[in-house]
Design a protein around this ligand. Structure first.
Ligand code: CP
Length: 309
């Protein structure tokens, strides 16, 4: 592939290749020398049109650890504020010969559109409610390491499914790898047509969590609710917040995941989020750097091969 725009176009074997390469970068990142040179000589530009802590920091570290020249565009102080369009901004940066463009944008499909206009590799760092492929890949690596496999697991994705690109990318990836995926959330936050992905849908946490190996919690994406129905946080926590009572319905060794940023006391009890015997939230962050190193390494190989041809 030339770009990483979503999980949708990836074959299961390609997902496994990314995760296997990421494993080597987990070791590198834990070692005394975090540097290698897969991206040496290449320029990586990060363009985040939406706030980020984890994704932006990990893409920056990933590029630096692989030897790229990394530039973070500050979109808040860029000429976008003077009315320059996304495409004109991208063409301007493209003229500076970047090799890797990492883009986050609030509009679904914006990153795909941008990828058609530039002649470098584009990585989707989250577009609207569409896809967040590197998040699903880092979640997959975390699950595989914790559960010893990435197939035939029962995985419950809980909360605001409708507005979540994390849920969408995970649903696609976990389905491709032949897991049993359950979506749990209030009907108002459940998208229509999810049944075609072959998943089960629940509006009751206890029923949906019964026997789950993995419990993945999601944040209420209020910024995407467009003046529509926003549940009261108190009521939401009572019915859908992960607490010890609800978690007891999952398997005894079920792991608890959250992509972050989390709202303690809204979708998850802080005690559970901090419980190192159940919560793998910090491991997810660690895997994020390794997975982004692997994704950029593989795209850079394709880029170099295409240029040499
Ligand atoms: N999980 C995730 O995408 O977090 P950030 O918004 O902080 O990047």
């Amino acid at each position: 592939h030339r770009h990483l725009l979503g999980i949708e176009p990836l074959h299961p074997a390609e997902i496994t290749t990314i995760l296997d390469l990421a494993e080597t970068y987990v070791e590198q990142n834990r070692s005394g020398d975090k540097h290698s040179d897969a991206l040496r000589g290449l320029t990586q530009i990060n363009m985040f049109f939406e706030n980020s802590t984890r994704t932006q920091a990990s893409f920056e570290l990933a590029g630096k650890r692989l030897g790229a020249d990394v530039m973070n565009m500050s979109m808040q102080t860029s000429s976008v504020k003077k009315g320059e369009t996304l495409i004109d901004t991208a063409l301007t940066l493209n003229a500076m010969h970047p090799d890797l463009l990492v883009v986050r944008h609030p509009h679904s499909g914006a990153v795909d559109l941008l990828a058609q206009k530039v002649n470098c590799a584009v990585l989707n760092a989250g577009d609207g409610r569409h896809e967040h492929p590197t998040q699903a890949l880092l979640d997959a690596l975390t699950i595989r390491r914790k559960k010893g496999r990435l197939h035939r697991l029962t995985i419950a994705i809980c909360g605001d499914i409708a507005h979540s690109r994390v849920a969408r990318s995970n649903l696609i990836l976990l389905g491709k790898m032949e897991n049993r995926v359950r979506l749990i959330g209030p009907p108002t936050l459940m998208p229509t047509g999810v049944a075609e992905f072959g998943c089960e849908v629940y509006d009751d946490m206890k029923k949906g969590l019964e026997g789950a190996d993995v419990v993945m919690m999601l944040r209420l994406q209020k910024e995407r609710m467009d003046g529509g129905f926003i549940p009261s946080e108190r009521e939401y926590y009572h019915r859908y917040g992960l607490d010890a009572e609800k978690l007891a319905f999952a398997k005894d060794d079920a792991i608890v995941m959250h992509p972050g940023p989390m709202n303690r006391g809204v979708e998850i009890d802080g005690t559970i989020a901090d419980d190192i015997n159940r919560s793998v939230i910090q491991e997810q962050v660690e895997m994020g750097v390794a997975v982004r190193m692997a994704a950029m390494d593989l795209l850079a190989r394709n880029l170099r091969a295409a240029r040499a041809a």
